[in-house]
Each structure stands twice: as C-alpha cells, then as structure tokens.
Design a protein around this ligand. Sequence first.
Ligand code: PLP
Length: 237
Amino acid sequence: MNTVNQSVAARWTDVRRRVDEACRRVGRDPASVEILPVSKTFGADVLRSAMALGLRRFGENKVQEIREKSMALADGGIRWVMIGHLQTNKARDVARLVAEVQSLDRLELAEVLHRRLQHEERFIDVLVQVKTSSEPSKYGLPPAQLLSFLEALREYSTLRVRGLMTLATQSDDPDEVRACFRRLRELRDQAVGEGHDLPRLSMGMSGDFPLAIAEGATEVRIGSALFGARPQLAANR
Ligand SMILES: *Cc1c(COP(=O)(O)O)cnc(C)c1O
C-alpha cells in the first residue's frame, strides 16, 4: 500500500471506532449508524484508496466534481450522494449520475429532478434538507414547511423520500449544535406521526458527529476526519 492508502485506511478505522464509541455511550447499536465518506475536493487517487477498503458511497457537493470523478472511476460501481446546494440547471447530470440527493430543499428542484429522472427511467433516494439553524448562509427548507413539502413530494414517483438531512450551526457551544440535531429528530418524529416513512436522519460531520449520534443520527457525513484537511477555498459548506 502507498501512503495515501495507508492514511485513509488508518483514519477509516479510527473514525469507525469513534462512531461506535459514540453509539455505545448513548446506548445505541453501532450497526444503526452509517458513515458517509465525503470526498469533495479530493481526487480519484484518494477515492481509489477508499474503494480499496470496500467503500462505494461517496458524498459530494458539486455536480461538476461528480461528473469528473465518475469518468475517472467509470468502472467503480460508485453510488454518488449529492449533499450540496443544487441548482435546477444541474438536474440533468444529477438524474444521470447520482444515486441519492440529500439536499432536496424546494419544490421547484423536485419538479425538475422528477422530469429528468422520468426521462432517464431512473429512481433515486432523497432526503429533505431542513434548515435547523438561524445562520443566514445555510440552505434548507424552513421547518414550518416540512409537512406540506412532504405531502407535495408524493406527486413525484421517481423520488423515494427516505428521511431528513441537516447541517448544525457552526458554534463552539455543544448545546447549540445539539439543539439543531434534536430539532431534526423532532421534526422527523412529527412527520412520522402524520404517516410519512422517514427512517433516515443524516446529521453530524467530523467536528460534531457524537452529538448527532446522541440525537438519533442514522448516518454521519465525514470528510476531513477521513481524508484530511481540505484546501480552505474549497471547504465552504
Ligand atoms: C463537507 C461536508 C461535510 C463533511 O464535513 P467534514 O467537517 O469535513 O466532515 C458534511 N456535510 C456536508 C453537507 C458537507 O458539505
């Protein structure tokens, strides 16, 4: 193994161990929390070392990067997961290349994706991204609109709605961060009470995943803890 391979392998083992520990601390089964490796800004060589560990789902935040990497890794059997803000003019590539969108946050986008997916004769899994913090820069559906949004999504048969996603506030105060995760879980529980099937909660990143696991995350999205620091410019969330 070369050094890139070794460091990704060592970090993967370490992250998995820390996720398992976070589960045990709150009495959860470690098998109930998946890790989504977030490979944005990292090239095909880094992805190959993750693939050597058996990883096949990768989170990306730019359609352009998915397009480039899927060409470079054409035979890899990768399931690309879109976790970044999505413009409707990218829907065509998403419909062709992406297995799952976790950043669905408006009806206009659902409509365009559905039309493109019908054309491709494909289905994708989607999570609804909800805005649980008051930071103006964050995308996401306002919580008050969630129930009507979920109702409206029933129209779009190509979008299999599986759960909710959020980004917590960027704060040094763990209580504030945790409150965002709690909010998402409560919104999910409320929607389930209204008859929606939402088994998945995608929340928590390298810096805050134990708090998300304590609040019920079924999936944590891990970038830097697994692949190392990103160049500052590209690291915008
Ligand atoms: C970049 C990113 C992550 C991963 O962030 P890290 O702090 O590197 O783990 C998770 N979720 C989203 C939406 C991101 O854009």
